[in-house]
Design a protein around this ligand. Sequence first.
Ligand code: SF4
Ligand code: SF4
Length: 519
Amino acid sequence: MLDNTQIERIEPTPVNSAKVRQPMYAARKKIFPKRASGSFRQFKWLVMAVTLGIYYLTPWLRWDRGPFAPDQAVLLDVANRRFYFFFIEIWPQEFYYVAGLLVMAGVGLFLITSTVGRAWCGYTCPQTVWVDLFLVLERAIEGDRNARIKLDASPWTARKLALRVSKHAIWLVIGALTGGAWIFYFADAPTLLGQLFTGTAAPVAYITVAVLTATTYTFGGLMREQVCTYMCPWPRIQAAMLDENSLTVTYNDWRGEPRTRHAKKVQAAGQPVGDCVDCNACVAVCPMGIDIRDGQQLECITCALCIDACDGVMDKLGKERGLISYATLSDYNANMMLATAGGASPVNPSLVRTDDGLFSEKVAHFHIRKIFRPRTYVYMAMWSLIGLGLLYSLLTRDRLEINVLHDRNPQFVKLSDGSIRNGYTVKLLNMIPEPRTIIVTIGGLPGAEMSIVGVDLPADRSFAIQVEPDRLKMLKVFVRLPADQIHGQAQTFTLRVEDKASFESNEYTATFNAPEIAR
Ligand code: SF4
Ligand code: SF4
């Protein structure tokens, strides 16, 4: 029998020990981004105006397709199973065009990310655009960063209540307009607008507007950067897209460190001084609330506003712009090796400059040729090939089609005169928004005649059928073959369709079945 002390004591460290336990959930630290100004901010305003303009105005564009088709330029007509995009009309069986466009969008995203990093996130992602829009309104109502921080910390007063109610009310209106614009893509926009206000729209329209109002308000107004950091998978995926020649927003430590607010004092002490004056302007404008000087971070959406902020500071100090800049990892590493004497010392920015204070010739700068590398060639080739394939297919696609389904039971019927009759379901597809007279003709099968159920004409080898615009017409067709023309159990023939007005034609090869005894 062992005594207590003879039992071996091992020393594992519990990961969630009661002594050091931290809450699993950390409260969000509020971010009050300061308004930035500069060329990237200007570009972002432009992108915001264009993307929001496209989203809100597109359903109101008209496109004349004649009296038999809707005149909305972009319309997802779910009820009639059609997608209209200006002069292009997509039927359900042509959905591969939409799939192809989605694949192109995916490859395009790979291409953009491998060259200029998360440009999608920073400029055109709907979350970024709407957060930007919500921030503009917030600033207009509550003021810029300092005023907002002060207001947030102040006790509730009538003024604070009025400002907050106004802000949230306007955000909700933006949310409703966003949801409203979305449903206009699925029905005639002017008609649906009238129905919405008179309470006669379908319940699904009101539900969609309500859901999109709530999500836009929550994601764009309340959650903001948390959507990018915690909900979106793209920050995780993008790491696989980037390589050492991809451009990303970078703090150039090799010229910025050691940072100090007291350059003269430090220089007087014989210490090296970098260009960063530790003003935190780059942190104040960041919509994600991060410090880019800590290096590449998952949270950084590469909106480049910190570049604008820092360039403004450098301008005031009379120093070269670009302490924070779009740079590649390879250039950054080369410059860091230069500034640290091959990694042997801490950063000494004097090593990247000449005696007269200019950058040394050895400093690596981005060159446009770095965009063109094997990886980007592959993405470009894939994107172009898919695009050309879709374009070719679109320009050469049939707008008049025929599909034939042979009756399975019975496969044939023997008539009293010994002839054999086969039944078929024939589908005529008139894929243009005009009515057409389509000639249906039997090709081959000498002696055969057809009759069409509902067409009060004697049996013949050819019929003229009226087909409504943009419609599929289903016909029940019987083909009869005299006994002396039957040469086998299965004889092939064609059913040809032709529009004499447009010279379009198409044909389907079908089989005529007969019993063995008839041979
Ligand atoms: S660190 Fe700069 S680029 Fe990244 S999100 Fe913040 S402001 Fe935008
Ligand atoms: S804005 Fe520029 S100078 Fe100011 S802290 Fe940021 S990197 Fe340093």
